[in-house]
Design a protein around this ligand. Structure first.
Ligand code: HH2
Length: 298
């Protein structure tokens, strides 16, 4: 939460700790030809590496690299193709001062990425595609993000009805986290993410954001990715790249609900909004407002 007090929390990835005393930013770098908002921008390893350094300068605590689009309707690519896209980029980022998470659900790709210097695995299937990712994280000490999705990217928007979307997503995340802990992961290694846009309606996404505290109550670090997603487009009627203000607003709402890591394309804008919000929060005095206490108006 923005003004969280209480015991210090952190997310552990290998030998690093990301303090969770205020929301941290995971900057998105998609080295794909077809991602929904930045597809084709960073397929050249040189431009991807340059963007990674910009993301550091703009204030991200983590760099999340994806080599396979998971947009609605997308087909999966082979591990060989995914690794061919990742390898030159990871190879050029050995000196990056922030940890790298790799957005993959494939064990073979995750193993190679960790060998090449990545510190966390961001699994958008929450172990459904490859349960062996939990044992890999346990063995190596890598961070693990378990994201909720219904079905696969190809099928996920076919049925977006739930009994109670927050209750159902929370139950699935609790079960996936339990499986990771049973495989030997430490609780502080394993983050959860409700998966905005992954098999959810516009209303479902908004409900998850509005009741994020119920996901945070799981007790794990909470990742969230609202950035440029289509539920913002449905509200604003603008193209993905023009959803920056909407994305920032969603991030602030998520931070208030207890999100620990905000996965965003627009790192600088998100960082600036969080800085202002934190500065205002730091001025807040608990108890009745001073004007009222002094007998002033309203
Ligand atoms: N969203 C996307 C991909 N990976 N990982 C987590 N943990 N949470 C998310 O919300 C999330 C994610 C989709 O966004 P993007 O990577 O920009 O698009 P694409 O899948 O088309 O590459």
């Amino acid at each position: 939460m923005l003004s969280a007090t209480g015991p210090a929390r952190s997310w552990r990835l290998l030998d690093r700790e990301i303090p969770l005393d205020g929301p941290a930013i995971a900057g998105v770098l998609n080295v794909t030809p077809d991602s929904f908002s930045d597809g084709g921008c960073f397929v050249d390893p040189g431009s991807a590496i340059a963007r990674a350094w910009e993301i550091v300068e703009e204030g991200a605590a983590v760099l999340d690299i994806g080599a396979e689009s998971t947009r609605p309707g997308a087909d999966s690519i082979s591990p060989r193709e995914e690794w061919a896209r990742l390898e030159p980029v990871l190879g050029g980022l050995r000196d990056l001062p922030i940890p790298i998470s790799v957005d993959t659900s494939k064990l073979a790709v995750a193993e190679r990425a960790l060998d090449a210097g990545a510190a966390a695995i961001n699994d958008v299937t929450a172990l459904r595609r490859d349960p062996g990712l939990a044992a890999l994280a346990a063995r190596t000490g890598a961070g693990l993000v378990l994201m909720h999705m219904r079905g696969t990217p190809r099928t996920m928007q076919r049925d977006t009805r739930y009994g109670d979307v927050v209750y159902d997503v929370r139950a699935a995340l609790v079960a996936a986290r339990r499986a990771a802990l049973e495989a030997g992961c430490a609780p502080r290694q394993v983050a959860v993410d409700p998966g905005l846009g992954f098999g959810k309606s516009v209303e479902g996404n908004l409900e998850l954001l509005a009741r994020l505290d119920e996901i945070a109550a799981i007790g794990a670090p909470v990742w969230i990715g609202a950035s440029r997603k289509s539920f913002l487009g449905a509200l604003l009627d603008v193209r993905p790249r023009d959803r920056v203000a909407g994305s920032v607003a969603a991030c602030l709402a998520a931070a208030r609900g207890g999100a620990d890591v905000l996965r965003v394309h627009d790192v600088r804008e998100t960082r600036e909004a969080l800085t202002v919000e934190a500065a205002v929060a730091a001025r807040k005095v608990p108890g009745p407002s001073r004007a009222r206490a002094a007998g002033g108006q309203g």
